[in-house]
Write a protein of this length. Structure first.
Length: 157
């Protein structure tokens, strides 16, 4: 009987954890305009270059949000025409001052493009939030769809 109770408790704990990991928000937006580009370091593509974006998006329930992105080149893979860029981004809900989700991570990008190639994706960490997202964690998958639009699936914990 004790073993059965222990198994039920363990199952309940893991089931609640799985349910939490399944909480998600899907954000979409059309193709983005060219970023503001700050050419730091050596002229042209180089470590330290910064790209900035600010644009509207929508969640899967139709809520309008604002997103802000800062992407900094941190490493070059010159023989392959690729570079590493560290991203810090904010998904701001409501008027943008209360409910926010913050993400960070690094990914490889073609040196000749401002964004990921179409039909590719990358994952980053959800590092926190404010307001109703205070204390949130998890991860995000960002997909640059074949038609040029974007889908960001935020898996919240």
């Amino acid at each position: 009987m004790r073993i059965l109770k222990a198994l039920l408790v363990i199952t309940a704990i893991f089931s609640s954890g799985i349910a939490l990991a399944q909480t998600k928000i899907v954000v979409t937006h059309p193709e983005v305009a060219a970023p503001t580009f700050l050419d730091h370091g050596k002229p042209g593509q180089s470590i330290g270059d910064v790209r900035l974006w600010h644009f509207p998006a929508k969640t899967d329930d139709g809520t309008s949000i604002t997103t802000d992105w800062i992407m900094t080149t941190t490493g070059l893979v010159s023989e392959k025409g690729m570079e590493y860029r560290m991203t810090s981004a904010v998904f701001a809900f409501d008027d943008g001052t209360k409910d926010q989700i913050v993400i960070q991570g690094i990914a490889k990008y073609p040196s000749s493009k401002a964004t990921l190639m179409e039909a590719t994706s990358t994952r980053r960490a959800i590092t926190g939030g404010t307001g109703k997202f205070g204390g949130v964690g998890g991860w995000i998958e960002t997909e640059h769809l074949a038609d040029g639009s974007w889908r960001h699936t935020l898996y919240l914990k």
